[in-house]
Design a protein around this ligand. Structure first.
Ligand code: DSN
Length: 425
């Protein structure tokens, strides 16, 4: 490698600035985390050079002997992490993302079609409404899941919880071929057994998309979707703290279809550098320290939620059981967008989010989603979370007070200085 190749100051300069942003600011985006140095090293390794279409020992390329070892390690560790006793599951570690994993599941299990004047010629899927905390890939009309299939949606009850009676009514009326449980912004426990009962009643497959809670599931802090679900998808970079990527797990009898829906159905060459990083992350998640970490993520979220409410803020469902909470600004003049901008100036990164019964546009929103996975990785505990919650409340009370935002930003930098993320950062 010549020195010239490191001289791209435009890109490396921006990477250096991003490193400083991560070091100096509080990352409260619920879907983000800090991967370990080992995970990052694998994603930057020579494996990025290798094509390996197919599965281990059944590849369409030569020279795959070492990547086969790596993919088999990743598959075994994922099975060991997620598989409950007495229930055999298959694993595909190749999806490039959670969205790709879901697209492959749909291709494997559903017949697609197109919207017609009378409805939709594709099979129906039933998932949580996007504005109620669901995900784009769960049948939203702007996503292929809602364009190729008929997307129907259940909503949250007024108290912010999933209402299983309403899910059952929706399932009876839409007769989905696939029922989806799982969310992007739902702070409560998901009752997989209750979803399975409904899926069985209407003859649907049950998919759990556990992208957000995967770490909490493998550490035993959230019930396991197996054996209730036919298929489970997840990302690997949220609470699971691995590289950006996706994963599909399913009942053994579905794996042939699922594997071919990933390749050649929806993807070409797997990203072997990312699969190696997934294997490393799964190994990390098998350690007792990961169990402790996930317990602390939840304790931190509960401490933060409690303090936010003591400060007069309203939370969807009145609290949290997991790693995230949703501040509901429906009754406030401050929108989710205003809050995100003001908190950003104070060195606190969050994302605006729709809330149930949303009255503002999705670009503005009435909610702010707050999560504790990243700050817990850097070692923060309940005391810091209570302090952060008080600062969030202060900012949301006076989002235009630039002097206050600057003062808090300085305090945030000081706090972050006491909790380094990486040794050299
Ligand atoms: N963007 C992810 C999240 O933030 O929850 C979902 O795709």
């Amino acid at each position: 490698m010549s020195k010239q190749q490191w001289a791209d100051t435009e890109v490396w300069g921006a990477i250096a600035q991003e490193r400083e942003r991560q070091r100096d600011e509080l990352e409260l985006i619920a879907s983000e985390n800090y991967a370990s140095m080992a995970v990052m090293a694998a994603t930057g390794s020579v494996l990025t050079n290798k094509y390996a279409e197919g599965l281990p020992r059944k590849r369409y390329y030569g020279g795959c002997q070492h990547v086969d070892v790596i993919e088999n390690i990743a598959r075994k560790r994922a099975r060991d992490l997620f598989m409950p006793p007495d229930f055999d599951i298959g694993v595909n570690v190749q999806p490039h993302s959670g969205a790709q994993a879901n697209a492959a599941v749909f291709l494997a299990l559903l017949n697609g079609g197109h919207p017609t004047e009378d409805g939709h010629t594709g099979d129906a899927i039933l998932g949580l409404d996007l504005s109620n905390g669901g995900h784009l890939t769960h049948g939203s009309s702007v996503n292929s899941s809602g364009r190729l299939y008929h997307g129907a949606h259940y909503r949250l009850r007024d108290d912010g919880y999933i209402d299983m009676n309403h899910v059952r009514e929706m399932a009876r009326s839409h007769k989905p071929k696939l029922l989806i449980c799982g969310a992007s912004a739902y702070p409560r426990i998901i009752d997989f057994a209750a979803f399975r009962e409904i899926a069985d009643e209407v003859g649907a497959y049950l998919l759990a998309d556990i992208a957000h809670i995967a770490g909490l599931v493998v550490s035993g802090h959230h019930p396991n979707p197996f054996p209730h679900c036919h298929v489970v998808t997840t990302t690997t970079h949220k609470t699971l703290r691995g590289p950006r990527g996706g994963l599909i797990m399913g009942q053994r009898n579905l794996m042939k279809k699922l594997n071919s829906a990933v390749f050649p159905g929806t993807q070409g060459g797997p990203l072997m550098h990312v699969i190696a990083a997934k294997a490393i992350a799964f190994g990390e998640a098998q350690q007792p320290s990961f169990h402790t970490y996930c317990g602390q993520v939840i304790s931190n979220a509960k401490a933060m939620a409690q303090t936010l409410m003591e400060e007069g803020l309203s939370l969807v469902s009145g609290g949290t059981d997991n790693h995230l909470m949703l501040i509901d600004l429906s009754d406030s003049d401050v929108s989710g967008k205003d809050g995100e901008i003001a908190l950003g100036k104070a060195g606190i990164t969050v994302n605006k989010n729709t809330v149930p019964n949303e009255r503002r546009s999705p670009f503005v929103t009435s909610g702010i989603r707050v999560g504790t996975p990243a700050i817990t990785t850097r070692g923060m505990k309940e005391e810091e979370c209570r302090w952060i919650a008080r600062k969030i409340a202060q900012v949301l009370r006076t989002p235009k007070d630039e002097a206050l935002l600057q003062t808090i930003c300085d305090e945030v930098h000081d706090l972050c200085g006491n909790f380094p993320i990486y040794p050299e950062l």
